[in-house]
Design a binder for this molecule. Structure first.
Ligand code: MN
Length: 209
């Protein structure tokens, strides 16, 4: 797959948010959700990390912000070592229902390949910053705390450089959940939804064809 720089891309109007996602997919062919917004302000926002075995294996990191899943492709996946910075390339907003999507995206469809829900849970914004999540992203830094099955504690998405050279990095904060020795990507490779690995999901997908 190609990692497209998404510009800062956070100012899109609500109605347009999923246009890019939908325009890239043929919903007659793929089993990915088309997307409908649901709002329940009392609920904690969710996060999901999907391991995506496309033309190049990567991890899609998604945070529920303003009724959609704001998304970054993290080629090397998250690290829980605070000294490690992982490139996180902004990609198109995804619908909330995508948080549960695990399966096979058919050949010739955008993102063709196998998707596994590697981690999921809720997150909260850290109080050391002001403003909404969108405002924080516009300023180039979002600090948040994950409550996942595999990942816990503070993380930051940080924009470095400017203009054409802007890049986002995903960084583990020190303290809760930080560990230089544990390697969750390697040691806990399976799905938190089904326990399956990528091969099993791909096999299952073939049987459905
Ligand atoms: Mn992907």
């Amino acid at each position: 797959m190609r990692f497209r720089a998404g510009g800062d891309g956070y100012r899109t109007s609500m109605a347009d948010k999923l246009d890019r996602y939908r325009s890239r997919r043929d919903f007659e062919v793929t089993s990915e959700p088309r997307g409908q917004r649901t709002d329940d302000p009392s609920r904690q926002p969710v996060f999901v990390i999907q391991k995506h075995d496309a033309s190049r294996l990567h991890y899609d990191f998604r945070l529920e912000i303003d009724g959609v899943l704001k998304s970054w492709a993290v080629p090397k996946g998250p690290s829980i070592d605070p000294s490690v910075k992982r490139l996180a390339v902004p990609t198109e907003d995804h619908p909330m229902e995508f948080a549960d999507f695990e399966g096979v995206i058919p050949e010739d469809e955008y993102g063709a390949g196998t998707v596994l829900v590697w981690d999921s849970g809720t997150f909260e914004l850290l109080r050391d910053q002001e403003g909404t999540a969108v405002e924080r992203l516009e300023r180039g830094r979002l600090n948040f705390r994950l409550n996942g099955h595999k990942l816990r504690g503070g993380f930051a998405l940080v924009r470095t450089g400017g203009g054409e050279n802007a890049q986002w990095l995903l960084i583990k904060m020190k303290g809760e959940g930080a560990d230089r020795r544990r390697k969750p990507l390697k040691q806990q490779p399976g799905s938190v939804l089904s326990g399956s690995d990528l091969d099993e999901i791909a096999e299952h997908g073939k049987k459905l064809e």
